[in-house]
Write a protein that binds this ligand. Sequence first.
Ligand SMILES: [Zn+2]
Length: 392
Amino acid sequence: MPSPSFLEMRNRNAINILMAVRESPGMSRAELSKVCDLAKSTVSSIVDQLTGANILTESGPKPSVSGRRAVGLVFNPTCRFSIGMSIDNDRIECALSDLDGELVATRRKRIQRNLDSDALASMAVQELGKLLASKSPAAKGFVGLGIAAPGPITPSLLSNLNGIPLNLEKLAKHLIERLSLNCRPVFDSNTNMAAIAECRRGKGSEGEITVVVRLGTEVRAAVMKDRELLRGCQGLAGNIGHIVAPGKALDCNCGRSGCINAVAGTDSIVAICKALGVEIQQIDDVIAAAKAGETRCRKTLDVAATAIGYGIACAVNIIAPAEVIITGKLVEAGGCMQAPMEAALRGYCSILNGCNLVYSFEDHYSEAVGASLAPLLNSSFLASLVSVSGTT
Ligand SMILES: [Zn+2]
């Protein structure tokens, strides 16, 4: 039986081989031996196991000057998948991505507000189970699990759902046990996960700072530099919804009054419209009514958008990002939101000229998609891949 140190070294070598093939697809065994500085026999033995597990595939003979034609190797991004789950006050969303980050499947379920954590956990298991079952048995292997929930997430992994603490570690443990998953979970806020998805989908630029603003139950922002999240002290970076904005000072759930969230969080908008006597139930109704010209809904969105514009201006003035991506429910309000928001942004911001403002209408599932991408952001997922391949 091989010693633990031998196995550890072999795993490390396997990871290096995978990294090399991902970087330069089509490498031959001989080229890998040079690049990874490993004996040809070691490379061959590891490659055999990785091709056996369908993690690497052979790409056919490569043209060679020496006459002998070597077989090139490519990484198979659909050999396993990464799972993302996003929980928000009124819904659970799941997404499955392949190992190159391509979206494979999504699923959404509306949930009742004020579900207790046990009911939520069993619903999460059910939803994820259905999504995973939709994949063919041959593709059943999952190397990543990302979980997104309303931020900020505390260092002890607590989120907050409709005012009730949600223990994300416990939830992940439940999912892993019930669905027999073999992956280490990663956690982040819905906003941060959405930012990962937005930036990965090509809107964020390399080398620049991007601010992703999510207009949901709360107004929150994620700051990314070189596609890395800047979390700040206790993960509180980007909490722009609690900036006190000029204008009418309504009470905020943080205990103060005048916060942007108090007029621009989706729940606040619904409450304000209801208080004005408009017959609406949820934010979709407000958006539809405003688009149809209902003056009270329009005015409420106008106030919300102006406060949001102020908050974004504060962030832009401090950070000077190359790009601000605006995502989340309120984007669907279109001009009712964009026009007053941009007017406020220009009014409060001196350096907007250099900053590109982008609206993302593809926000559906972006939290869950980002959660599925998060485990793939560094090469550590390759270690799980090597361990499930039976290389050990
Ligand atoms: Zn507040």
